[in-house]
Design a protein around this ligand. Structure first.
Ligand code: ADP
Length: 315
């Protein structure tokens, strides 16, 4: 198990993570989610002994990473897929790491095969696309056949087929009893991959729950209805125990707003009670929107996106 206990990290005035506590369980894929700048990489670097926490601890099997005997055979990590020598061939890059860590070089061909890079094993990594770089990063993480995998944005730069492939690979590795932690700033990327979610916003824990529960609690639907017979609809809804509010819509027309029901339910109820409807519309809050709201970063995120666009425009 990975245990993070009251972990904080400050860089000068910046508090990158602030009193984080959570566990990562074996046997499932755990998603580590938060908007850009939330503190995911800092947390992972602390887990991997690449950063020293200001306070608190992160341990793997009860030990800090730096005290592990053969760390690569215990923990596989992907932090920066670009961390390869551009003039070195993919296979040589892996061989070099294997030799330095007492791992059989036979394993190099196995992992190249596993990540689908066998055909380009002799090509220099400098010419690799972002997606190929990610695959090589995964191959490096898997080299020591580790029990733990800590991967920062592993599907970044992969096409839909690549994402599907990583998803299946990680789920299979978890099913073998390994502990798999993957970070992402996109909930949509994680929704089908992770079984459990740890969400952080501005360095603090926001949610630690099963993915299904997170989705359920953040994807409420609202139905908007306009009818020729508002009094009858109000009575019918009350009788069915459905709560609603009556509001003016954006064109100033009287309408009913009904939370937590489907349009099917409302449509059926109206039909059975001979109530003529003029409009029946279902609104589902975007999961991504809800996630950004949860992390308190909706505004900051939009501002960043705008700045990026402006910067690109300035070039
Ligand atoms: P995420 O991985 O969620 O995008 P990071 O862990 O990279 O977030 O960053 C969290 C915060 O810490 C950000 O405000 C970032 O600017 C800051 N930060 C991260 N690394 C450093 C560093 N080496 N020096 C100064 N500030 C840093």
């Amino acid at each position: 198990m990975i245990n993070v206990v009251d972990l904080s990290k400050e860089y000068g005035q910046v508090r990158a993570i602030d009193g984080l506590s959570f566990d990562v369980q074996p046997g499932i894929v755990t998603g580590f989610l938060g908007p850009n700048g939330a503190g995911k990489s800092t947390t992972m670097r602390c887990m991997l002994g690449l950063d020293t926490p200001t306070s608190g601890s992160a341990t793997i099997d009860g030990q800090p990473y730096r005290q592990l005997k053969n760390p690569l055979t215990k923990v596989g990590a992907l932090l920066d897929a670009k961390a390869t020598h551009p003039n070195r061939a993919a296979k040589d890059h892996l061989k070099w790491i294997a030799q330095a860590n007492g791992i059989s070089t036979k394993r190099v061909d196995e992992v190249l095969e596993l990540v689908g890079l066998s055909a380009v094993a002799k090509k220099k990594t400098g010419g690799f696309s972002l997606g190929m770089g990610q695959r090589l990063g995964l191959a490096t993480a898997l080299l020591g056949n580790p029990e733990y995998l800590i991967l920062d944005e592993p599907v970044n730069g992969l096409d839909p087929e690549g994402i599907h492939w990583v998803r299946t690979l990680l789920q299979n590795l978890a099913a073998q009893g390994r502990t798999v932690l993957i970070s992402s700033h996109l909930l949509s990327e994680m929704a089908q991959t992770a079984e459990h979610l740890i969400v952080i916003g501005r360095g603090k824990l926001v949610a630690d729950m099963p993915m299904a529960e997170f989705i359920r609690s953040h994807s409420a639907t609202t139905v908007r209805v306009r009818t020729l017979e508002p009094a009858e609809l109000a009575v019918t809804l009350k009788r069915a125990g459905i709560t609603f509010s009556q509001e003016l819509d954006d064109l100033n027309r009287p309408s009913f707003v009904i939370p937590d029901v489907s349009s099917d339910e409302v449509g059926k109820l109206a039909f059975e009670n001979h109530i003529a409807l003029l409009e029946l519309a279902e609104h589902r809050a975007s999961l991504e929107e809800a996630f950004l709201q949860t992390t308190g970063d909706a505004v900051q995120y939009q501002a960043t996106t705008m700045n990026n666009t402006q910067l690109e425009g300035d070039k």
